[in-house]
Design a protein around this ligand. Structure first.
Ligand SMILES: [Cu+2]
Length: 470
């Protein structure tokens, strides 16, 4: 383990003594981390199974956990030892545009041998993650990601916290990653769905717990395309946050926790079964095949309490700007394309082309009949700073699209006209096939912000756009 990744420089600048007291009060604690992106190896199964070749941060899978407190400043030094360029995107954090890590849009890519320092304040508590925004399908797909945890100023009482980064991999018989990234089939269908699920880089890991404990589980879906439908029906799990943002604590419908690519969910569970009990959580997303994802294994220690902990589990809200729906700019965005989708033509670089011509260039998807190419394109809309925007996202394709907005969080208002019961704050929202989802946000963060599908093979083949905030 790289010790430097745990070094945090808590020192205020040395010259604070000569600043007036008001300036001192405004300076945040700066927490510093070092990430080196390069090649590495890891055990998905542990010995005697073979090691797998990866791309990862600090030769670890997942990359080192970055942890800070709400209100602090985060500084991340990224150095690049990959034989291609990279960047770092801190997914879900509301940060200045220049720190967003989108090459060709907010910064130049970090070439091999170069480094880059990201620094920004942390307005919101919650569960986030970091990953590259360059050649994303392959770089994230080979293991470049890690958890980014922002602790609440006033935490809730728990006994144990488990951070679980879910992923799926397409492995061959030697446990090596198949290198058919962004192939035509994956782009035009459901993306790169793997054949092997891991949690924190391990296949079906076992987490040891004690009877009576209150757990907080932070789930992060780092897979390229996979939706997880985790079966928590045998335990009393309550959802307390989605995409980092607090939600009224509630049990998931039918005990199923649905996590589209790039989404996060925080759960609180009181583990009240007898010592030596084992619980297996499996994934029901893909029909009858129900792979085991992880195990919660009670130790033989006597219960630490016999009644669930009696303290509130609701998190304090982050201070989000509330959308003014009566004065919102409305925009319909149609998501179309893909196999069996019926899209006949779309504009690419301002030229109409038939779906055949587009497919010949590896492009399969469009937003409002425009194919997004790379990260530099005309904005799909321009918003004045402070304006509320209501987006009506309509999926006219046969595949599902988890849509991610950079630099903001939005409220999920409704699905197919039915109000969302929790009006959740999210940065990634699943728009299922043939569904229409309404979201709203205040465009309070100036800059060019990507709005794209987080099925990474859809993103690279056209389902990508920019929202410009002036
Ligand atoms: Cu998509």
């Amino acid at each position: 383990m790289d010790r430097r990744s745990f070094l945090s420089s808590g020192l205020l600048t040395l010259c604070t003594g000569i600043l007036p007291p008001s300036s001192i009060a405004q300076q945040n604690f700066v927490r510093t981390y070092y990430l080196n992106s390069g090649s590495g190896t890891g055990y998905f199964m542990g010995a005697p199974y073979p090691r797998s070749s990866l791309w990862c941060y600090n030769n670890r899978l997942p990359g080192p956990e970055i942890r800070a407190k709400q209100g602090e400043t985060l500084q991340i030094h990224v150095s690049n030892a990959l034989d291609q360029a990279t960047t770092l995107h801190c997914h879900g954090i509301r940060l200045p545009n220049s720190m967003d890590g989108v090459p060709g849009l907010t910064q130049q890519a970090i070439e091999n041998g170069e480094s880059y320092i990201y620094e920004f304040d942390l307005p919101d508590a919650g569960t986030y993650w970091y990953h590259p925004h360059f050649n994303s399908s392959e770089q994230i797909g080979r293991g470049l990601y890690g958890a980014l945890i922002i602790e609440e100023a006033e935490p809730i009482q728990i006994d144990r916290e488990l951070v679980m980064i879910l992923d799926d991999w397409r492995l061959d018989e030697e446990f090596q990653i198949q290198d058919n990234f962004s192939n035509r089939h994956d782009k035009s269908h459901a993306g790169r769905i793997g054949n092997t699920i891991t949690v924190n880089g391990r296949i079906t890991p076992k987490f040891e717990i004690n009877s009576g404990e209150r757990l907080r589980i932070r789930l992060i879906n780092a897979s390229n395309a996979r939706t997880f439908v985790l079966d928590f029906s045998s335990i009393d799990a309550r959802v307390i946050a989605i995409d980092g943002h607090p939600v009224s604590p509630h049990q998931p419908d039918d005990g199923l926790v649905i996590l589209a690519a790039a989404m996060r969910m925080d759960l609180v569970i009181d583990m009240m079964a007898e010592p030596n009990t084992q619980i297996i959580v499996n994934d029901q997303a893909y029909g009858n095949e129900r792979p085991e994802v992880f195990k919660l294994s009670y130790s033989d220690k006597p219960a630490i309490r016999t009644e669930p902990l009696d303290s509130a589990i609701a998190l304090a809200a982050n201070s989000m700007p509330e959308p003014d729906l009566n004065n919102a700019v409305k925009q319909h965005i149609e998501l179309a394309g893909g196999a069996m989708g019926g899209m006949r033509r779309a504009k690419i670089n301002d030229q109409w082309q038939s779906i055949r011509e587009l497919a010949a260039q590896g492009m399969m998807w469009a937003m409002n009949e425009r194919v997004g190419v790379g990260h530099s394109m005309e904005p799909i809309m321009t918003l004045k700073r402070g304006q509320t925007c209501k987006l009506i996202l309509t999926n006219n394709s046969v595949f599902d699209h988890p849509m991610h907005l950079h630099g903001h969080a939005f409220r999920v208002l409704s699905r197919n006209g039915q109000p969302d019961p929790f009006q959740t704050w999210q940065d990634t929202v699943m728009v299922w096939s043939n569904e229409s989802v309404e979201i709203a946000f205040v465009a309070d963060n100036p800059g060019d912000w990507m709005f794209h599908c987080h099925v990474l093979e859809h993103q690279v083949s056209g389902m990508s756009s920019i929202i410009h905030v002036v």
